[in-house]
Write a protein that binds this ligand. Structure first.
Ligand code: MN
Length: 232
């Protein structure tokens, strides 16, 4: 019987509030430009033609509380505070009701970004991977079950760096709502447990430095924390 030549590092599994079992991270889908004020600060116009996505790989995700090095290859490393959705059942071409039903849990996430590389590649009409799918570049806080929390228009999402508020918005600003994202994305993928969707970041993204401490929160969910150490 054949065996694998080596064992891959295990991807993280996210704690779930009030549960013994954790939620293993499979695929990570991210929605681009889903808050109008953030699209504007990035020099883009907002349209409602269709949402767009990029992906980040599971082995590059870490849990809240981690201390990670300032990444290589960038001089403009940015925070993006986001609401994450954790899919709990298989769903394909979901209706709005099926979309809501497919959400197992919600949590805070950070979509850390090498902004200089993202913009350089964007301007050359190349993929964003160098800017977005960096090592330790996605952070997940413990999840809260969808049966115990639901988003509302006045739910506040915010992030501070070294205690200074940088991002502060409410979920009413989401251009594509949660059910709309799942309905649309599930037209292209057979969504399944392990799939996480980051729903985009509000305005106020900006650079972080080695030694900075990032603290984010969304009303009613577990907070998220990331500390940056010196570059390797
Ligand atoms: Mn993002």
């Amino acid at each position: 019987m054949a065996h694998s030549l080596f064992t891959l590092p295990e991807s993280i599994s996210i704690p779930v509030q009030g549960r013994q079992q954790t939620y293993p991270v499979g695929r990570i889908f991210c929605v681009g430009r889903n808050y109008a004020a953030h699209a504007a600060e990035m020099g883009n116009e907002v349209d409602r033609e269709a949402p767009f996505y990029f992906t980040k790989s599971a082995p590059n995700a870490v849990l809240s509380g981690a201390t990670v090095p300032y990444p290589p290859g960038t001089e403009n490393f940015h925070h993006e505070m986001e609401l994450a959705l954790a899919i709990g059942k298989p769903v394909f071409r979901a209706t709005s009701a099926q979309a809501w039903d497919a959400v197992y849990a919600y949590g805070c996430a950070l979509d850390m970004t090498r902004r200089d590389l993202q913009i350089r590649e964007r301007n050359k009409q190349r993929p964003w991977d160098l800017g977005k799918d960096l090592e330790a570049g996605t952070v997940f806080a413990p999840l809260t079950l969808a049966s115990e929390w639901s988003p509302s228009d006045d739910t506040r999402i915010h992030l501070s760096v070294n205690g200074e508020i940088r991002q502060d918005a409410t979920l009413v600003e989401l251009i594509w709502k949660i059910d709309e994202i799942i309905s649309h994305l599930s037209g292209y993928y057979h969504l399944r447990p392990g799939d996480l969707i980051l729903t985009g970041t509000p305005a106020g993204v900006g650079p972080v430095q080695a030694g900075d401490v990032l603290d984010g929160a969304i009303d009613g969910l577990q907070p998220i924390k990331l500390t940056l150490s010196k570059a390797e």
